[in-house]
Design a protein around this ligand. Structure first.
Ligand SMILES: *Cc1c(COP(=O)(O)O)cnc(C)c1O
Length: 496
């Protein structure tokens, strides 16, 4: 099997192994690690139809994480996907009104982040062992709501790790906040910040790339890493479910092996849809990747015009996990469509941080054929929730609803009848109040009562992830400004 090494999107420094890239998270030059070449699927696509989720995950991940032994990688995959999911299939698929919904919310925190964050701690601790590394890993995470809890659930109690999560204090749903501030585990730290997600993400990046912080940590016996999708260890596990989803349609004879399918992905930081891009580059038959944004439609404008411009008003929407103006993972796509040109990528990213925008050239634009894009405002997303429920009884969350609306719009505008898989990124129970409002129901009750009402309407039991919050104790109450983040980290580690 071909050995795959990882390099930074921004410099031609010597490439490193996958386990080293996972340990580091972000390159020292501020770039993101990318594979030096993209492997191709080593089975005909029909073969995956015979495999279960764990086997597909192993078969896909082994192509990228080539310095993990078979035994190590199987240990990671089995540890992550054997318990903690409330569906035997791990990622089941539902069909409603002419679309397939790939439900990625059956893990411990009922959002798709669990798909990668339940395996990342295994990949990271295995990497530390392989690299003879004795430093304790400190996971620093900025979250728009779902990553934080999924990372906390994955890393709580894992020996040799600590985790610090920053979330926008006013920018997450009530259930999301409750999930995070009740987190147990002496190695966990959860902090609200007074800014938005972009402020949290920029703050984390700043701490990461600050040489002084780095040396203070190393003296204290720690090393930072990231559980955000800037870590290649987040991205690779996500490629697996695209192959898995395709293979289920083959298995159920909805398509023939080799037929194209479209994926519509509710997008924020561009991690999920980037995994789909890698799957397509590996040879998965993909027609279009439809990038769905909410009112913060910076990506829609980018795909339409070739200009990425974050200088605009930021909106808080009913799909908070997509309230993002700087989609970090787009940098990896920029790198690939630039012809793997790290100087060009670095220039564009510097222009983004100094002027808040960049423009790609025609050559780069011509390599975006695989993508289509659209957006939905809150009213449109709510109408998608209502239509689907009234016609089928199936209930989706506000993020998935953005994709559902955009998929309908895309089909109407293009007449493209390729089978479409909507990537369903969260359980409706995580956003009960928004969902009930969309269904025209009263929301004059606490979160738990709303969950009970939704359960009756959707005819689905309240997931354990929500049920368990009923009597959970609040354990984290710190709030700081984005300039105070570094101090909070040092305090938690006992370095101040
Ligand atoms: C994180 C998240 C998204 C956005 O995914 P990206 O990989 O950041 O594009 C969409 N929906 C939900 C529910 C999420 O948690």
């Amino acid at each position: 099997m071909k050995n795959i090494l990882y390099r930074s999107t921004r410099s031609s420094e010597a490439p490193i192994t996958s386990s080293a890239a996972i340990l580091r998270g972000l390159s020292g030059d501020g770039g993101l690690y990318v594979p030096c070449s993209i492997p191709v699927l080593d089975h005909p696509v029909k073969d995956y139809a015979e495999m279960d989720y764990r086997t597909v995950a192993y078969e896909v991940m082994k192509l990228f994480l080539t310095d993990y032994t078979e035994e190590e990688l199987r240990y990671c995959v089995d540890g992550a996907y054997s318990t903690g999911f409330d569906s035997e299939e791990i990622a089941p698929m539902a069909e409603a009104m002419g679309n397939y919904y790939l439900e990625l919310f059956h893990g411990r925190t009922i959002a798709f982040k669990d798909m990668a964050l339940s395996i990342l701690p295994y990949l990271m601790t295995t990497a530390a062992k392989k690299n003879g590394d004795s430093l304790e890993t400190v996971i620093l995470t900025a979250t728009s709501g779902d990553t934080g809890k999924a990372a906390l659930a994955g890393f709580a109690g894992v020996p040799g790790t600590r985790i610090v999560v920053f979330f926008p204090n006013e920018g997450v749903s009530a259930i999301q906040k409750r999930q995070m501030v009740t987190q147990e585990g002496s190695n966990t730290c959860v902090i609200g910040i007074t800014g938005n997600f972009d402020d949290a993400q920029t703050g984390v990046k700043r701490i990461f790339t600050d040489p002084e912080m780095r040396s203070r940590l190393e003296k204290g016996g720690f090393r930072f890493s990231s559980a955000n999708s800037i870590n290649i260890g987040r991205l690779v596990p996500q490629i697996a479910y695209y192959v898995f989803a395709y293979s289920r349609l083959v298995r159920e004879e909805r398509i023939n092996a080799g037929d194209p399918v479209n994926f519509t992905v509710p997008t924020g930081n561009f991690g999920n849809i980037l995994a789909a891009y890698y799957a397509a580059r590996m040879g998965l038959p993909v027609g279009k990747l439809i990038c769905a944004s909410n009112r913060n439609k910076v990506l829609f404008d980018f795909f339409r015009t070739g200009v990425y411009d974050r200088n605009r008003e930021f909106y808080l929407t009913g799909s908070p996990s997509m309230d993002i103006l700087v989609s970090s993972n787009l940098e990896r796509l920029i790198y690939h469509i630039s012809g793997e040109d790290c100087d060009k990528t670095a220039d564009l990213m510097h222009s983004l941080s100094s002027e808040g925008k960049y423009v790609i050239d025609d050559g780069m634009r011509s390599r975006l054929d695989l993508f289509a894009s659209g957006y939905a405002d809150d009213g449109e997303a709510m109408s998608a929730i209502r239509d689907l429920y009234e016609n089928t009884g199936y209930v989706i969350d506000p993020h998935t609803a953005v994709a559902s609306f955009v998929a309908g719009q895309y089909r109407g505008e293009t007449g493209d009848l390729t089978p479409n898989i909507i990537v369903s990124t969260a359980s409706p129970f995580k956003f009960g109040s928004t969902v009930l409002k969309a269904l025209g129901k009263p929301v004059d009750a606490d979160d738990m009562e709303l969950a009970d009402r939704l359960s009756v309407l959707a005819n689905v039991p309240v997931p354990y992830a929500v049920e368990s919050l009923r009597h959970a104790e609040v354990r984290h109450t710190t709030v700081c400004s984005s300039s105070g983040m570094a101090d909070e980290v040092l305090r938690f580690l006992g370095l101040q």
